[in-house]
Structure formats: C-alpha cells, structure tokens
Design a protein around this ligand. Structure first.
Ligand code: NDP
Ligand code: MG
Length: 383
C-alpha cells in the first residue's frame, strides 16, 4: 500500500508536533507533504530538514527570507503569507490535510482543501464552530470525509464505527472541568493567566488551555459535535469527568451506551484520524485500572462557567451566533493572556457581543467574514 501523504497546517503547535511524532513512528505508512507555521521559523526549518516535505508555508512574511535560505539546498519549496496557506492545500500530491491551526484562520484553508477533495483530519474546531453548516454541506457535495482529531469527537466517532446506520439517542461529551473545577465565581475573581495556563491533564496550546479553564472549549466542542454527527442540541450532553479517561460516550435508542477509554494522549486520536479505517500499533503507555480505581462524574457548573451556557444558546439559535461567540472569545482570550481583562470578563465580553452584533439566520460565506470582523471590533471596544 502506498504511503498517505499528509499536509500539516500548524505543524509547530501542540497538535502539529504530536502529529509529526506519529508520522515518525509510522514512516512506512505516512509521509509529510506540507508543513506550515505562523512565525516559529526555527522549528519549521528544523521540521522541514527532518521530514523533507515538498513545500512549507511561513505565514508571517518577515521570516520568509530566513526559511527559504535555510531550505533551498534541500529542494523544499517555501511560500509565505495567508494566501499561500489557503492555496497550498490544493497541491495534487496531498491525501490528507490535518488542520491544527488555532482559531478562525483555519476556515479558508479547510474550505479550499474540501473543494480540492482532500480528506480532512480536523483538530481546528473553530472552523466547525464558525461555519459548521457551510463546511458540512461542502464536504457532502465533494464526498470528503472530515475525521475528528479532538479527543472527545474521536471517541464518539470510534464508538460509531459499525453503527453508522443506527440511531443515536444522545451523546455525552466528557470534560475534565479544567484547573478551576469546583470553584465559585468569587474565587475566580483574581485568577492569573499562570494559574489558568496550568491544565490538570493535557499539555496544549495557550488558547485552548484558557478555553478549557473557562469551559469555552467544551462549549465549542458541543457545537463541533452537532456538525460532525448531525445532532440536535438536546442530544448533546456534557458531563465532567476529572480523570479524563473516558473520552466520551454514545447512547443508542435501545438504551445501550458505548464509551471509548484510554490514557489522555492526543497521539491516539491523531493516529486514528490518519490511519482510519485501520487501527495500527502504537507504543504509547497502556491504561492500568489500578492507577485509576475510581472514575468519577459530575454536572458542569454553568452559572460559574457561563461560556458553556452561551455555547448552548448559540447552538439553539443557529445562524451566525456561534461565529460571533467564537470571534469575541478569540479576542477576549488574547486580551486575558495580555493581562488586559480578568478571567471572568472573558465570558461577559462574549455574552455582550452575542447580544450586540447583528444576527443573521442564514449566513453566506461573506456573512461569516463580516460577522467575524464585526464581533472582533465589538469585543475590542469592550476591552
Ligand atoms: P498551538 O497554539 O499549540 O499551535 C497553533 C499552530 O497554528 C502553530 O503551528 C502556529 O504557528 C499556527 N498558527 C497560530 N496562529 C496562526 C495564524 N494566525 N496563521 C497561521 N498559523 C497560525 O495550538 P494547538 O496545537 O494546541 O491547537 C490547534 C487546534 O487544535 C486548536 O483549534 C485547538 O482547539 C485544537 N485542539 C488542540 C488540542 C491539543 O491538545 N492541543 C486538543 C484538541 C483540539 P506558530 O507556532 O508559528 O505560532
Ligand atoms: Mg477536546
């Protein structure tokens, strides 16, 4: 069987580097075709020299000279800028595009990759949050598979293999609860970014780590699940599971439930998305029951962690509301990381933007672009 040729968008990030580890472990099955970074030129160069892709993209053009000079002798094409990022996915030699960009910027490259009929391995959940209806419609029209990399969605997907004809009654997305589980609003008043950046179970990029602390991440995942599995809001439940061993569950109409379990390790869902429909060997650590004699579950506190409630509102109302929420949240998280707002203000800014930015029930692609801009402006004005 020929090797699957992979484009990794965001290869220098948490998911990107772990994807390269999976590919390195299975160099007989996968090879790297494209790597992209925003501004981490040194790591991009190092990765390119090791994995010998056909092309790389450095989005921040000020690093172009450095990257191209370092790579010309290896016969690796170097491109720069956002346009190159959006176009590189169309290369004929790519089989799978793994999107591990963070935020709204993932949308256009994913649209182009679907139009070019590439299989999508999706880590960049914001793409489905912003424009889930448009993306899933495009994927159906182009008969392109969107394989989830997010661990909860990979879990649901794995539970559904062999069940695609059977009706889902509901799904449960598990949430670790983040570093502030059990805290009251009062106690969250003066949380620092250093405290918020310490996730109990997962080592991830800064944006998703803050999203996990505010439960926005679970909110985004609820919306992501709607589009991936074609569910109604009342079919998607969230249950807090601090040990992060049960990665999510499906309940079928006969009342039976299936769960997918394992140690928290993103290389599992990454590898499954790349090897699907096959499972292939992994040397990663195995789960030991005696290390986890108790697996516990509790209700999420959506009064303290308002973002999860906001996500359900966006899901119920549809249209461009999730796009507004996502844009506001990207600005608010960035402001929190720059010490410009408090932890609790992230959710209040999100809420205000959802109330203020014009609602559109049936947005076009252009409407999403406009909504994203307006919501960012609105959020900035609130900071
Ligand atoms: P990171 O911040 O670690 O990495 C982001 C990557 O995207 C980097 O390669 C970065 O380049 C690049 N990038 C950032 N901004 C831009 C931009 N404006 N234009 C082009 N490229 C950009 O994020 P993660 O790997 O943690 O997360 C990636 C996605 O996967 C997110 O959507 C997240 O929600 C999702 N996800 C992550 C999980 C995890 O465990 N990390 C788990 C489940 C989902 P540079 O390094 O040069 O800045
Ligand atoms: Mg997740």
């Amino acid at each position: 069987m020929s090797k699957k040729r992979i484009a990794i968008l965001g290869s220098t990030g948490s998911i990107g580097t772990q994807t390269l580890e999976v590919i390195e472990e299975h160099s007989d099955k996968f090879e790297v075709e494209v790597l992209t970074a925003h501004s981490n030129a040194d790591l991009l160069i190092q990765q390119a020299i090791q994995f010998k892709p056909n092309a790389v993209v450095i989005v921040d053009e000020t690093h172009y000279k450095k990257v191209s000079e370092a790579l010309w002798q290896y016969d690796i094409k170097t491109y720069a800028g956002l346009e190159a990022l959006a176009q590189v996915v169309e290369m004929e030699t790519i089989d799978i595009v793994l999107t591990a960009l963070v935020g709204y910027v993932g949308l256009l490259p994913t649209i182009n990759a679907i139009k070019a009929k590439k299989t999508i391995a999706l880590a960049n959940k914001e793409t489905l949050v912003v424009a889930g209806e448009l993306i899933t419609k495009l994927a159906r029209e182009n008969q392109v598979a969107i394989l989830p990399v997010d661990s909860e969605h990979s879990a649901i997907f794995q539970c559904l293999v062999g069940e695609f004809q059977n009706k889902i009654e509901k799904i449960y997305l598990t949430a670790s609860g983040g570093p502030f589980r059990g805290k009251t609003r009062n106690e969250l008043g003066n949380i620092t970014k250093e405290q918020a950046l310490k996730h109990p179970n997962w080592d991830m990029g800064a944006k998703i780590t803050i999203d996990s602390a505010t439960l926005m991440n679970k909110g985004l995942e609820v919306i992501e699940a709607k589009w991936l599995f074609n569910l109604q809001p009342n079919q998607i439940d969230v249950i807090v599971h601090p040990q992060s061993i049960v990665h999510s569950l499906v309940q079928f109409e006969d009342g039976s439930m299936k769960a997918q379990l394992g140690l928290p390790d993103m290389k599992h869902p990454i590898q499954y998305a790349l090897s699907f429909p096959q499972r292939i060997f992994s040397k990663s650590a195995r789960f030991n029951f005696m290390d986890y004699p108790q697996l516990t579950f509790e209700q999420p506190d959506t009064d303290t962690f308002l973002n999860l409630k906001l996500a359900y509102q966006a899901l119920e109302k549809g249209g461009n509301l999730a796009c507004i929420l996502n844009a506001a949240n990207e600005i608010a998280v960035d402001a929190f990381l720059k010490d410009k707002i408090t932890f609790l203000q992230i959710a209040t800014i999100n809420q205000e933007c959802m109330e203020k930015v014009a609602f559109i029930q049936h947005p076009t692609y252009e409407d999403y672009i406009k909504t994203n801009e307006l919501a960012r402006e609105e959020a900035l004005s609130l900071i």
